[in-house]
Design a protein around this ligand. Structure first.
Ligand SMILES: Nc1nc2c(ncn2[C@@H]2O[C@H](COP(=O)(O)OP(=O)(O)OP(=O)(O)O)[C@@H](O)[C@H]2O)c(=O)[nH]1
Ligand SMILES: [Zn+2]
Length: 302
């Protein structure tokens, strides 16, 4: 624990987390309090840019050093995420498993824990979806607003972690955050108030402290996680982004097995045996085909 210091005082050093970034002004939460700082010009020269979620060192009232990042997303711009909660509704919109598996793979690739949150379970039986993802080893929460503990369970999984929510329009993100806000008591007011306003106008992200530790990230008016050219996974690395494939990798007849059409493929056998969910395997094959078509220059940006 740092002792309380005046961050503007000459010679002072402070370490904290950027919780907000607007127009070159960074809000840093530290053991000494919450302060706004600018960053040294050197970052711009190096093409580095401090991001929300970054751990930084502040010297003489200026952000002087970015501490190493665990991971980062480009859109929304966020560093050091621990977990991504994918909000998927059972009905209108219906689940799109290929899209979901793409996002999950990107999270795995960036070493962000994927978590599935199923909504509108009152409108359509969630059991088949839950079975697929539980079998895949991904944490699944089914939210039913008539049963408060199902909301509390989601709130509890946020404590002590840096989390972000994402999902299709209409999947129920705002509804969920509203419900969570009460059981979680997010500081600095309600996130949900910021959701749905100024949609697609701002792209900056913000971290909201969670009582008991941790943060929830939100991008005002924009909480959809986008895939873009930065989120491309090489075909050789793709199988490693499906956690339930792990026990079978290296077990195939051919060392360089792509697991798409080869004979004596341990992974394909596991699908036949019902050990790997078929829909997950199909997503892998679709993504593998897409990754095969990538040009080297598209991968360099990663
Ligand atoms: N029946 C039912 N309706 C729900 C549930 N969750 C959300 N809804 C409804 O679904 C609609 C969309 O929910 P929102 O929370 O606005 O969805 P969103 O993901 O925030 O959508 P965007 O703001 O477009 O990104 C609203 O009419 C909600 O009342 C649920 O669990 N059951
Ligand atoms: Zn194989």
């Amino acid at each position: 624990m740092q002792t309380r210091i005046d961050p503007m005082q000459t010679g002072s050093v402070l370490t904290g987390t950027i919780i907000k970034a607007i127009g070159g002004l960074y809000t840093v939460e530290s053991p000494s309090g919450v302060f706004d700082f600018r960053a040294r010009g050197i970052f711009r020269n190096r093409g580095q840019s401090p991001m929300v979620g970054d751990r930084v060192q502040v010297k003489n009232g200026v952000i002087d050093q970015l501490l190493p990042r665990k991971n980062n997303l480009i859109r929304p711009p966020l560093a050091n995420l621990d977990q991504l909660l994918f909000v998927v509704s059972m009905y209108k919109p219906a689940p799109n498993l290929l899209l979901l598996d793409k996002f999950i793979a990107i999270a795995e690739y960036k070493q962000i824990t994927p978590i599935l949150v199923v909504t509108k379970a009152d409108l359509e039986d969630p059991a088949p979806l839950v079975e697929i993802y539980q079998k895949a080893g991904i944490p699944v929460y089914v939210v039913e607003y008539a049963i408060p503990r199902t909301v509390d369970a989601v709130a509890a999984c946020l404590r002590g972690k840096v989390s972000a929510f994402t999902g299709n329009s209409g999947a129920g993100k705002s509804t969920l955050l509203n419900a969570i806000d009460a059981s979680l008591q997010l500081e600095t007011g309600s996130i949900s108030e910021k959701l749905g306003r100024g949609r697609h106008t701002t792209r900056h992200a913000q971290l909201y402290p969670v009582q008991g530790g941790g943060y929830v990230a939100d991008t005002p008016g924009f909480s959809t996680f986008e895939t873009n050219q930065y989120d491309i996974i090489r075909k050789e690395e793709l199988a490693g982004c499906f956690r339930e494939f792990a026990p079978y990798l290296g077990q195939c007849r051919f060392q360089d097995c792509c697991h798409t059409a080869e004979r004596n493929c341990a992974l394909r056998q596991a699908v036949e045996d019902g050990e790997i969910p078929r829909s997950r395997y199909e997503s892998y094959c679709r993504m593998f085909e897409e990754a095969k078509g990538l040009k080297e220059w598209e991968l360099k940006k990663n």
